[in-house]
Write a protein that binds this ligand. Structure first.
Ligand SMILES: Cc1cc2nc3c(=O)[nH]c(=O)nc-3n(C[C@H](O)[C@H](O)[C@H](O)COP(=O)(O)OP(=O)(O)OC[C@H]3O[C@@H](n4cnc5c(N)ncnc54)[C@H](O)[C@@H]3O)c2cc1C
Length: 285
């Protein structure tokens, strides 16, 4: 449980950081808030020779709106995100999901970029960003590319960010006109735990009260955070009746592919997905 020696490098620009990551003398890792990385280093699960801190890079902690899109720098702490007036007013789903992460002390160090790159299936912000159809900016030695959040989580603790690359920002389109949205997190032990399962939903109704757009995303329901596309299809065009909502919740539970761990079995997770999808959709009705 002790930290092995490592070098800490603090570049001042993204190209400089990428160049340091690319050096061949030993393993290098990006460090943001350190809330996930440092415990894994203590456990000896990763043993980097060099940590590349992003704290000194100007602009990576900025939150701004650009042509209607919310742009959040990767180093924005979750607590700054939760407090930010622009986010609370325009993207309350994201502000609320981020506010459900762990404790105030974790949120003050943990960054949005770190949360996404850590890529836990049980991330609170991820389902909200999946519903909002966010995009992620990734920088490498050649330049920058944009990855839709739906293609970002590639496997169990794996993302589209390759070794040597840096997630620089998250771009979030505006909420669809008239949409209702919510996030619920179920923790059987303590409200400050990681979610056993998390459910985010964004629903738009047409003039006749039928669902014209439904986006449903789950945490803790598969090896990665996922959109529940088949459950969405079950509700599209329907009115939010008890029966339609129940059928959608059943579809989400069937579509999920949860893992068993110390927090709960796959069967229990599946059952909780059924319960919490139904409760969230009824609350949005
Ligand atoms: C006690 C505890 C409770 C928690 N509870 C919750 C919870 O309820 N909900 C939840 O969602 N999460 C929870 N978490 C996880 C927490 O959200 C993450 O630890 C945190 O968001 C990671 O962010 P960080 O800035 O500290 O990342 P770091 O620990 O610095 O980094 C995490 C990983 O991402 C990489 N990385 C970081 N930033 C970048 C970047 N910009 N580009 C490329 N790679 C990068 C690092 O190399 C490392 O591999 C909990 C963690 C702890 C310790």
């Amino acid at each position: 449980m002790r930290l092995r020696p490592f070098a800490l490098v603090e570049p001042e620009t993204v190209p400089e950081a990428v160049e340091i990551l690319a050096r061949l003398d030993g393993e290098a890792r990006v460090i943001a808030g350190g809330t996930a990385l440092v415990p894994t280093m203590r456990l000896g699960l990763v043993t980097p020779d060099r940590l590349v801190s992003l704290h000194r890079i100007a602009g990576l902690s900025e939150v701004r709106v650009d042509k209607g899109m919310l742009e959040i720098g990767a180093m924005t702490s979750l607590s700054a995100l939760v407090r930010h007036g622009i986010v609370r007013d325009g993207w309350p789903l994201l502000a609320h999901a981020a506010s459900r992460v762990a404790t105030p002390s974790i949120r003050s160090s943990a960054t949005l970029g770190g949360n996404l790159c850590y890529a836990e299936a049980a991330s609170d912000p991820a389902p909200a960003l999946l519903c909002l159809e966010a995009q992620v900016r990734v920088a490498d030695s050649v330049g920058e590319r944009v990855v839709p959040i739906g293609e970002f989580f590639t496997g169990f603790y794996e993302t589209a960010v390759a070794a040597g690359e840096i997630l620089t920002a998250v771009r979030v389109p505006p909420m669809p006109e008239g949409a209702r949205a919510g996030y619920v997190k179920f923790c059987p032990r303590s409200a400050e735990d990681k979610p056993l399962i998390g459910v985010a939903a964004l629903v738009t109704l047409d003039g006749a009260g039928r669902v014209s757009d439904i986006r449903l995303a789950l945490a803790g329901a598969a090896p990665t955070p996922i959109r529940a596309r088949r459950a969405e299809a079950a509700l599209r065009g329907e009115t939010l009746t008890d029966a339609a909502v129940r059928a959608t919740a059943d579809a989400a539970a069937i579509e999920a592919d949860p893992l068993s761990d110390l927090m709960g079995s796959a069967d229990y997770r599946r059952e909780m997905i059924r319960v919490w999808v139904r409760r969230l959709l009824l609350s949005l009705r």
